[in-house]
Design a protein around this ligand. Structure first.
Ligand code: AMP
Length: 499
């Protein structure tokens, strides 16, 4: 049985079907994509990429970017996409850590990144633009249009994705051909992809969400994608009537709801809206249903293995939860001794399954540290199962506040504050405190024109939760700091207000 990923995708490509529809009106068929992939694969081999070697890329989203990813798989290499907002120091760390054979950059950044790559000892730096331009595209243009896929086993590496973690140095999550195959198979089936589906793709493709969830599902289905360089609410409104599936981070949904023209009519051909990468606020979930009649499907996963838990396609998509474990996944909530805890008890979320990653690149100790004796990966997220098996994420364990020796879960307090009139959202953090160890601190975003009253917020929390959960201080900001995937950067808040 073939287990190497590119071959599995290619077998499913509907040759004369459009793969990508582009903003300039052009499109790329699946057969044109397959040829482009082959040319890139030849180019990589010409550059000396042998099986197992890394191909790193910090490039803007484009169909050639997709071809480069697939070509790396076809040539037996290991793809390493970099977040486009990484600065030189982060790029330098990734390059010296992963030692790629080839580093592909945008034409505009080439001078600067060539110097960074030289210091890290990278053999080849090439460029790739968004319009079929760049030195790698030129090299590919000269190559033959067929390439015999290099055989790989399911335990061979396909990609290394550095975690977007909001703190600490990025670590490379190693994903195998087997991991990625298991991931796409289960999602394709669970979310009921079908002939005729059209995916509106607006996510970046350097991250698991845009690459291994959105793009993979569409490729596996041989679907047409609207392939947009970025999320733009007005453009999404234009394309939704011609789409059936949309995947986004919660911020996208908030922005869509801010568009007066966003309504059920615009969504008339849609069958599925999926949200993930950060918590979807209950308010957004409800407003979305009221406005469009669609219930957003929220799911949960991470770079270290893809998706673990999802709300059902059919059946109740429960607000505030991420649903139930996906088929084939073992998901448990455990205490500090790695023992599963009963329903309705908060603990660390641990996962095991065929899509869970093969470890952190060159960090065997860190990998071992994050796994239990019985082989579960500690996600670092805290959660709680309901009696009927729906999982709610309570926060990252490193965001847990310990005040006066008592555990405080930020989300519980955030929910109370978010429900107050005049408040858009909030983030609750722990700041060093001489008596309590950490002091519960709230950072709130008011609706425009509103001036929140700290005492009123504290009183509201006090009326609903135990006294030790009441924020000792309330700060007002116009917006919360977020990374590119919409995650609130609590470390930035801790730094800003902890001085
Ligand atoms: P990343 O590796 O960048 O995909 O980040 C994974 C992390 O994002 C998880 O460990 C969670 O903390 C968070 N995350 C992903 N999906 C959700 C969700 N639906 N609700 C809350 N947090 C989420």
């Amino acid at each position: 049985m073939i287990s190497f990923l590119y071959e599995l995708f290619a077998q499913r490509f509907a040759q004369d079907q459009v793969a990508f529809r582009l903003p300039d009106g052009n499109s790329v068929s699946y057969s044109a994509l397959a040829e482009r992939v082959a040319r890139f694969a030849h180019a990589l081999v010409e550059l000396g990429v042998s099986p197992g070697e890394r191909v790193a890329a910090q490039i803007d989203k484009s169909t050639d970017g997709v071809a480069l990813y697939l070509a790396t798989l076809q040539a037996g290499g290991v793809f390493l996409p970099m977040n486009t907002s990484y600065r030189d120091a982060e790029v330098a760390h990734l390059l010296s850590d992963a030692q790629p054979r080839v580093f592909v950059v945008t034409p505009a950044a080439q001078e600067r990144l060539r110097a960074v790559a030289n210091t890290a000892g990278v053999a080849h730096v090439l460029t790739l633009g968004q319009a079929g331009d760049g030195s790698l595209a030129e090299l590919a243009n000269e190559q033959p249009s067929r390439f015999t896929t290099v055989e790989r086993s399911s335990s061979d590496l396909a990609a290394i994705l550095y975690t977007s973690g909001t703190t600490g140095k990025p670590k490379g999550a190693m994903l195998t051909h087997g991991n990625l195959r298991a991931g796409v198979e289960v999602l394709h089936q669970f979310w009921q992809f079908r002939p005729g589906d059209v995916l509106l793709h607006v996510l970046p493709i350097f991250h698991i969400h845009g690459l291994f969830v959105a793009l993979h599902c569409a490729l596996w289905n041989g679907s047409t994608m609207w392939f947009e360089p970025r999320f733009d609410a007005e453009r999404v409104l234009e394309l939704l009537p011609q789409s059936t599936v949309f995947m986004g981070v919660p911020t996208y949904y908030v922005r869509l709801l801010a568009e007066p023209g966003f309504n059920a009519e615009v969504c008339r051909n849609m069958r599925l809206f999926i949200s993930g990468s950060a918590p979807l606020l209950p308010d957004t979930f409800r407003q979305f249903e009221q406005r469009t009649g669609h219930v957003i499907l929220e799911r949960y996963g991470m770079t270290e293995g893809g998706m673990f838990v999802s709300n059902p396609y059919e059946g109740e998509r429960r607000c505030g939860t991420v649903g139930q474990p996906l088929p084939g996944m073992s998901v448990r909530v455990a205490n500090e001794q790695d023992q599963p805890v009963p329903a309705n008890t908060v603990g660390g979320i641990q996962v095991k399954g065929p899509n869970v990653f093969a470890g952190y690149w060159q960090l065997p100790e860190k990998t071992a540290e994050e796994h239990t004796a019985d082989g579960y990966f500690r996600t670092g997220d805290l959660g709680v199962f309901s009696d009927d098996g729906y999982l709610t994420i309570v926060g990252r364990s490193k965001d847990l506040i310990i005040s006066g020796g008592l555990n405080v879960y930020p989300k519980e307090i955030e929910e109370v504050i978010d429900a107050l009139p005049g408040i858009v959202e909030s983030a609750v953090i722990g700041l060093p405190h001489p008596d309590f160890g950490e002091a519960v601190t709230a950072v709130v975003v008011p609706e425009s024109g509103q001036t929140p009253n700290a005492e009123a917020i504290q009183a509201a929390v006090k009326s609903q939760l135990a006294g030790f959960k009441v924020p000792k201080a309330v700060h007002v900001v116009s917006e919360l700091p977020r990374n590119t995937m919409g995650k609130v950067q609590k470390n930035v808040l801790r730094e800003r207000f902890g001085r």
